[in-house]
Design a protein around this ligand. Structure first.
Ligand SMILES: Nc1ncnc2c1ncn2[C@@H]1O[C@H](COP(=O)(O)OP(=O)(O)OP(=O)(O)O)[C@@H](O)[C@H]1O
Ligand SMILES: [Mg+2]
Length: 336
């Protein structure tokens, strides 16, 4: 596994060395602290580095609202109270999905009308929208739209849809194939309709009017643009959060293989909830054992992700919510 570029330092030096860093993602197993650490990183970039930062979440459980203790639900982009440069948004997934569904319905209706196919559109809408990737796909689309609107110096994403990013980047190829086939079959259909009297330019002109084709081309362009940004090592970094435990380390390992397959730049690994060092003579056997166990997994993380562990964040005496705790975690993230 390659450590990215020459960086072997901590989170602070990683970001300091990349002035063009703009898209920062946090991935990892459920519950490992992605939202808290994304918030801490966004706070650090905004309040300590002076960037205008937007942190966003596509998570349906109002995670940023509870992290910052500020109602962000269905409120668009809000400045975080008590900060100068930090903004947050919680993307409403259900609204996105509804919008996606009606767009698909509209496109299908247009297409079937255009192609003179007199069938009921609803079963097609159902098929197109009840596959398991649909929700993730709608969220990803929102994420790319947000990325493409260039209003902030940096964008931090609470939970990287790693599995989906992986699939979607693979989809670029599928889109190409699909488009190729579509164009061919539209050409054939149109030339038949014109009883071969159309010349090629005319056919191409007709093709440009095809609404489904236009949609496909637009979708492909957006995916392609997203892919270009996500694979730009100057601008993008995916960080992976783990606990000092076997399972979340294994998840990070798998995610890293996936993102490497698509040349997505890896920022590094953050180990969270490390029990702080205390006087070893006064420890209960329970705590002593957990500390020993964690030390083993910390070594494992260093071995599996050489030069990539950017921070080890302590397990706090309380959960991370409210700006004070976010700032404290930001300190620990950048101190390591
Ligand atoms: N270092 C820490 N010390 C104490 N509590 C922590 C720490 N990191 C995270 N927490 C707490 O652990 C819980 C889970 O964290 P968080 O919500 O950030 O995880 P997540 O990976 O985003 O979860 P999900 O996969 O559900 O989105 C939260 O209650 C958070 O406040
Ligand atoms: Mg979360």
């Amino acid at each position: 596994m390659q450590a990215s570029k020459t960086t072997t330092g901590g989170f602070a030096s990683f970001v300091a060395e990349r002035s063009g860093l703009k898209y920062v993602f946090f991935g990892g197993k459920g519950g490992v602290g992605k939202t808290a650490i994304a918030g801490a990183a966004a706070y650090y970039l905004a309040e300590k580095m002076g960037k205008k930062v937007l942190i966003s979440s596509t998570n349906p459980v109002h995670s940023l609202t509870s992290l910052f203790g500020q109602d962000l639900w269905k409120k668009g982009i809000q400045q975080i109270k008590g900060t100068r440069n930090l903004y947050a948004t919680e993307i409403d997934v259900t609204a996105t999905i509804q919008r996606y569904k009606s767009e698909i319905r509209e496109r299908l209706v247009q297409f079937l009308k255009f192609a003179d196919i007199p069938v009921d559109v609803e079963p097609f809408v159902e098929i197109a929208t009840t596959n398991p990737a649909f929700e993730e796909s709608a969220m990803f689309d929102d994420m790319i739209s947000l990325i493409l609107n260039e209003k902030f110096d940096a964008y931090v994403f609470d939970t990287a849809p790693v599995a989906h990013t992986y699939r979607l980047l693979g989809m670029s190829k599928v889109y190409d194939l699909w488009l190729h086939k579509m164009v061919k079959s539209r050409e054939e259909a149109l030339s038949l309709r014109a009883k071969l009297s159309f010349r090629r330019e005319k056919i191409l002109q007709e093709l440009k009017k095809d609404p489904l084709l236009a949609t496909l081309i637009a979708t492909r362009r957006k995916t392609e643009e997203g892919r270009r940004l996500l694979t730009d090592a100057e601008k993008t970094a995916f960080f992976f959060v783990t606990l000092p435990l076997a399972l979340p380390i294994a998840v990070v390992e798998r995610f890293i293989t996936w993102v490497e397959a698509f040349s997505i730049p890896i920022g590094g690994v953050i180990v969270n909830e490390v029990i702080p060092k205390t006087d070893p003579t006064n420890l209960s056997p329970f705590v002593a054992n957990r500390i020993k166990e964690q030390a083993g997994y910390l070594r494992m993380a260093e071995e599996k992700f050489p030069g990539m562990v950017r921070a080890a964040i302590p397990l706090y005496e309380r959960e991370v919510n409210g700006l004070e705790m976010v700032a404290r975690m930001g300190e620990d993230l950048s101190r390591s």
